[in-house]
Design a protein around this ligand. Structure first.
Ligand SMILES: C[S@@+](CC[C@H](N)C(=O)[O-])C[C@H]1O[C@@H](n2cnc3c(N)ncnc32)[C@H](O)[C@@H]1O
Length: 153
């Protein structure tokens, strides 16, 4: 298990102050999910789902969201929002070729082993599925993603 318990300590702040569910899409994540992922009707894995705040947007697009996160504190908030499990994204607790899409929002800078996370995500995706990433770096404003990708596998 990756040592990322830091989020356990700030989970309540994250839920209540940093990224409360709101309708204004302050950081443009919903828009990115619409533009990059788009509609679908299968299972969408959210890698590093945190408090599960994007689950409703995925459902609006037709997907059934499932989440993996290493932080028990973050998952405590996520549980009412999506099916989720505690696990390390570098060793996803997901069968090969078992999900129809994957998203990762604001996680890459917390995951030093991100190449392994991408390999694991590719393993979990069915052939022909796609994944999308929304990422910012410490040097960018949080609302200005420096990386927005859509990858067909
Ligand atoms: C900035 S938060 C983003 C959470 C959510 N994606 C969002 O947009 O609100 C980063 C999340 O990545 C999780 N995380 C970091 N390393 C991880 C790992 N190796 N495996 C799974 N989750 C991890 C943290 O616990 C945290 O919930």
């Amino acid at each position: 298990m990756a040592p990322m318990a830091g989020y356990d300590e700030i989970a309540d702040w994250y839920e209540q102050e940093f990224l409360p569910r709101s309708s204004d899409d302050a950081y443009g994540v919903d828009r990115s999910l619409r533009e990059l992922l788009g509609p679908g009707d299968g299972t969408c894995l959210e890698v590093g789902c945190g408090t599960g705040v994007h689950a409703a947007s995925l459902r609006t697009l037709g997907w059934t969201p499932v989440g993996v996160d290493v932080s028990a504190g973050m998952l405590r908030h996520a549980r009412g929002r999506l099916a989720c499990v505690r696990g390390d994204a570098e060793r996803l607790p997901v069968r090969d070729a078992s999900v129809d899409a994957a998203v990762a929002v604001m996680v890459h800078s917390d995951m030093p082993g991100y190449p392994d996370v991408l390999r694991e995500t590719a393993r979990a995706l069915r052939p022909g599925a796609c994944s999308s990433t929304w990422a910012c770096t410490p040097a960018s404003a949080v609302g200005s993603p420096t990386v927005r990708t859509r990858t067909p596998w």
